[in-house]
Every structure is written in C-alpha cells, then in structure tokens.
Write a protein that binds this ligand. Structure first.
Ligand code: HMG
Ligand code: MG
Length: 299
C-alpha cells in the first residue's frame, strides 16, 4: 500500500507527557502548553485525563484544565475517561471528545485500571452509550499492543480482539499503543495486519513510545501500510506511570520532520512546534527528547 497523502496528529504531550512527571506541572503551564500547541497547528489535543487523583496526581487538575482552555476554532480538545464518573466530569467541563483506554494484556489492565480486560469492556459500554447521548465522540485505546511490561509478548490476535471490541462498541477510532516501546517495524506491521482484519485501517491510529528508539522506524512501517493517524508528544515528553521504564511517546517534532520529508501533509508548523518543545522542557526542567527539536535550537 502507498503512503497516505496526509496524516492527522493527535498531540498527547499535555496528557501522556505530563502524567508521568515526578512533580505535578502547574495548571497555568499546562494551559499555556496547550495554547502554544494549537498555535503551531495541532488540531487534536489531548488536554487532560479524568482519572482518580489518587492513581495519577499529575492529572488531578483535570477540571481546571478542561474548563480553562483558551479554545481555538477547529481544534478538538479531548480527555481520557475510564468510567462514567470520569465521563460525566469531562462532559461538565466541555470536553469535545473523550477516550476509553483498555489493554491487550490482562496484567497491565489490572495494574492500570484495576480490572480485567472483560470487566473494562463492561465499564466502557455505558460510557459509550452516555457519550453518544451527549453527541460526543469516543476514541478507544489499546495498550501493550507490541509487548507488556508484566507478560512480555502479546499475541496480535489478542490486540485484534480488544481493538475489534472497542470498535464494535462504537469507538470511532482505535489507537494502538506500544506502551513500553519494545516494538520493531516487522512486528508492528504484523500486528497491524491482524488488527486491520477486524477494524478498517482508516479507523486506526499508531501510538508509539520511543523507549528503545524504534518509534520512528515503526511509524514508517505502519505508514507504508496506510495508517493515517499518529499520536505523538511534543519534545517526546512522558510515559505511563503503570509501565515501569516506559519513556516518552515519539516526539511530535520528529514525526513532522519525517512526514515533511515523505511529502505527507500535516498542517503543522515545525518551527513553532519545536519552539514549544524547547519552551516546555525549559519550563519544567526536563530534557528535550526530540532530536529534531534539539537540532533546530542548536543552530
Ligand atoms: P478503582 O479504585 O478501581 O475505582 O480505580 P473505584 O470505582 O473503586 O473508585 C475508587 C476511588 O476512585 C473512589 O474515591 C472514586 O470516587 C474514585 P474514594 O471514594 O476512594 O475517595 N474515582 C475517580 N475519581 C476521579 N475520576 C474518576 C474516578 N473513578 C473512580 N474517573 C480507576 C479505577 C480507573 C478510576 C483507576 O484505576 C484509575 O484512575 N486509573 C488511571 C490509570 C491511568 O490514568 N493510567 C495512565 C493512562 S493510560 C496510558 O497512559 C496508556 C495510553 O497512553 C496508551 C499507551 O501508551 O498504551 C492511553
Ligand atoms: Mg501512551
């Protein structure tokens, strides 16, 4: 299959990125980050996570973030909602879109959301129903699609089963998460081939972490298969607090540089994005994990 003509980026830095910071980042900094990302051309920004503050204290200000956004026309501001409680709060605060998050690994599901994969589907069903009533779209995530921190190898058939269930339930898109970044390109391709038998490829997204430095290679492989949605995080911020050793998502700047080189449109201003990556890493005192971002600022 040929490369897509354009790719939609889902910017997850303010959520997946900042959920993993040792110290919570101030609400004002989060809001400024989200605003700068919108100014750089991002059109889908995951802004917050309506999860338990006991589980993820870094996301405890979800209401203030979602309600305090300086909204830009044409930008979708979304939030994670693991259950009805989270969904109701996200709707009250004006989330444009929400996401449920499951896993292809039983152990990861237990550690991350305190229930089995089957129980998570039972929890998500009423979230999907209520969101539909509220006319809010729901995205689905599947974690551990290329490996699990507790179980190791994950069968592509299991990923396909969970992704298919989320799609059947009404998720408009399913994002496939290499949570711990252990995947390699052929493995990513094989996993995608298995999932694409159950979910149309245009309804799938790639959410790759860069722990082992493979994320761009994996993205190239799935772009070749026709993936048109990529999740990424400015400056490569982040990781998952329930997956030891998971480093950040692939850096948004690096993805845009790759897409520009391949002649694939994204509508994003690389210089403005790199400036945002430079600003946020200086502000929170973290290393900039975007090679492109660092190179542009070293000039
Ligand atoms: P639980 O303890 O089983 O839930 O947690 P519960 O229903 O028994 O409730 C326990 C307490 O939590 C109660 O409070 C509830 O009110 C509260 P208490 O009475 O003890 O004071 N609670 C909530 N508070 C706020 N918002 C809510 C909510 N729900 C219950 N929505 C739960 C279950 C799912 C809530 C918990 O396990 C949790 O919050 N987990 C979050 C895990 C998380 O955020 N992980 C990171 C995101 S996933 C990820 O990063 C992967 C991804 O990027 C893709 C990839 O890379 O693979 C998406
Ligand atoms: Mg993630």
């Amino acid at each position: 299959m040929a490369f897509p003509k354009s790719v939609r980026l889902v910017e997850v830095g303010a959520r997946d990125g900042l959920q993993n910071e040792p110290e919570p980042v101030s609400t004002a900094t989060k809001l400024e980050l989200i605003d700068r990302l919108g100014a750089a051309g991002l059109r889908h920004i995951e802004a917050a996570s309506f999860v338990s503050p006991k589980w993820v204290p870094q996301m405890a200000d979800h209401r203030e973030v979602m309600a305090g956004l300086k909204r830009r026309n044409g930008v979708v501001y979304s939030a994670l909602t693991p259950n009805l409680k989270g969904l109701e709060a996200a709707l009250e605060c004006g989330a444009d879109e929400v996401a449920v998050f499951g896993a292809a690994s039983e152990s990861f599901s237990q550690k991350n959301i305190n229930c089995s994969v089957a129980e998570s589907m039972e929890r998500f069903a009423p979230v999907l129903e209520r969101a539909k009533e509220a006319k809010v779209r729901v995205r689905g995530y599947v974690s551990c699609v290329l490996g699990c921190p507790y179980e190791g190898e994950i069968a592509p058939a299991k990923v396909a089963e969970v992704a298919g269930a989320l799609f059947e339930m009404g998720c408009y898109e399913v994002s496939l998460g290499d949570t711990i970044g252990t995947g390699t390109p052929l493995k990513a391709k094989r996993m995608l081939d298995a999932v694409a038998r159950d979910v149309p490829i245009e309804r799938l997204g790639a959410h790759f972490h860069d722990t082992y430095g493979q994320a761009l290679a994996n993205l190239y492989a799935v772009l070749e298969e026709g993936i048109g949605v990529i999740d990424s995080s400015v400056a490569g911020l982040g990781g998952c607090p329930y997956a030891k050793g998971a480093s950040g998502n692939v850096a948004s700047e690096d993805v845009i540089y790759l897409l520009n080189g391949l002649g694939i449109e994204s509508g994003i201003d690389l210089d403005a994005l790199a400036a945002t990556g430079d600003w946020i890493t200086r502000t929170i005192g973290r290393p900039n994990r975007s090679k492109v971002g660092v190179a542009l600022f070293a000039k």
